[in-house]
Design a protein around this ligand. Structure first.
Ligand SMILES: [Zn+2]
Length: 78
């Protein structure tokens, strides 16, 4: 007897494993990538910024504070 929910959770786990494999492909040798390097890799449009606190790329309209050349999003600034 195989409940349908068991099949569902298995497929979800498979998707997670695949995304993990993709992430590992970006860091050969399993080296620890510093947060600064990750920021440089993120493609950033002219109307977007990278929050210096959570390092997520957000739209310019979500800038809550800018200091020392770094931007912080509304979620981090609360
Ligand atoms: Zn943030």
């Amino acid at each position: 007897m195989v409940p349908c929910c068991t099949l569902l959770s298995r497929s979800v786990i498979t998707e997670l494993d695949e995304s993990d494999a993709l992430d590992e492909g970006l860091t050969p040798g399993g080296e620890i990538v510093s947060e600064e390097l990750i920021v440089q890799v993120i493609p950033q449009a002219a109307d977007e910024f990278t929050c210096y606190s959570c390092f997520l790329v957000r739209h310019r309209s979500q800038v809550a504070r800018e200091s020392n050349g770094h931007s912080y999003c509304i979620e981090c600034e609360g």
